[in-house]
Write a protein that binds this ligand. Structure first.
Ligand code: CP
Ligand code: NVA
Length: 327
């Protein structure tokens, strides 16, 4: 595999073979880490981690992965740098490209990571934009492979706001890897038509299927994975909570949906999740709307069929693989 110098902006830019090889490398690096074998493949290099939005998993995964590979990382948060306020993305990219071997970016429009890649001259890794969250999909697919042995033919049903980064990226990933992808949502929450067409073209070559279904009880039948995400994403205005709760409550992942899917089915979520009242936002929503969970019930989240923390751990191993392969 020669991915050296290649940015990781969306899975659309990667072939199924390249994705498979990144997953194989992640599994290998995970085994090495578990065995306590050092893998300082990029000793002495430096990476910049730009976060215009908050993060627990992605930031920690990049920082720990960089350290495990022998690298040093610099975190630049939503405030404290010149980026976006006094200095354009293009200028920031050209500065960082002179000091760092690679750059991670989390923030708003996909065009920002594209510009960073265009102007910096070093590999840029997308740590989440409004449109895509590709490092999350690698972690999810490693987790599915560990659980089910392979990706091909596995049925993944995404319930909720399928127009945003997670719905989009899962659709792309499933199309690439020959999976059966179902977006289950009200029609207004289905992915963008142009992206669906691009994914259909990919699916034609991989044997993947893409379906768009409004009835959850119908959609989940025979699923290997029920996947959901928050109903309101980072950067969206608070006013959208009301319409989201009204539109998406029928798509909450409940025990009844898990039962309808079947014994084989596992629950997945990129996290963070609203499954109880142990968060400030969760309590605020409870006061305003009287619901004690949102996209998933606490029963499903805490059940033995929930593999969300395996996913979270796999962020580390897959992000490490992306950096190891592209630097
Ligand atoms: N899943 C995910 O990207 O989590 P963070 O927002 O904590 O990075
Ligand atoms: N859709 C969510 C994903 C968080 C990992 C968001 O963008 O906030």
């Amino acid at each position: 595999m020669n991915l050296r110098g290649k940015s990781f902006l969306t899975l659309l830019d990667y072939t199924p073979e390249q994705i498979r090889e990144l997953l194989d490398l992640a599994a290998e690096l995970k085994a090495q880490k578990k065995a306590g074998r050092p893998h300082r493949l990029h000793e002495g290099k430096h990476v910049a981690l730009l976060f215009e939005k908050d993060s627990t998993r992605t930031r920690c995964a990049f920082e720990v992965a960089a350290a495990d590979l022998g690298m040093h990382s610099t975190y630049l948060g939503p405030s404290g740098s010149q980026m976006g306020k006094k200095e354009s993305i293009a200028d920031t990219a050209r500065v960082l490209g002179r000091m760092y071997h690679g750059i991670e970016y989390r923030g708003f429009d996909q065009s920002i990571v594209e510009d960073l890649a265009r102007y910096s001259g070093v590999p840029v890794w997308n740590g989440l934009t409004n449109q895509f969250h590709p490092t999350q999909i690698l972690a999810d697919f490693l987790t599915i492979r560990e659980r089910f042995g392979s990706l091909e033919g596995k049925k993944l049903v995404y319930l909720g706001d399928a127009r945003y980064n997670m719905g989009n990226s899962l659709m792309v990933g499933c199309a690439k890897m020959g999976m059966r992808f179902v977006a289950c949502a009200p029609e207004a929450y289905f992915p963008d038509k142009a992206l669906i067409e691009a994914c259909r073209a990919v699916a034609a070559g991989t044997g993947a299927t893409l379906e768009f279904i409004t009835d959850p009880m119908e959609a989940v039948k025979g699923a290997h994975v029920l996947y959901t995400d928050v109903w309101v994403s980072m950067g969206e205005p608070e006013q959208v909570w009301k319409e989201r709760i009204e539109a998406l409550s029928p798509y909450r992942v409940t025990q009844a949906l898990m039962d309808q899917a079947g014994e084989q089915c596992r629950f997945m979520h990129c996290l963070p999740a609203f499954h109880d009242l142990n968060t400030a936002i969760g309590r605020d929503i409870y006061r305003k709307f009287g619901i004690d969970c949102m996209e998933v019930t606490d029963q499903v989240f805490e059940s033995g069929r929930s593999i969300v923390f395996d996913q979270a751990e796999n962020r580390l191993h897959t992000i490490k693989a992306v950096m190891a392969a592209t630097l």
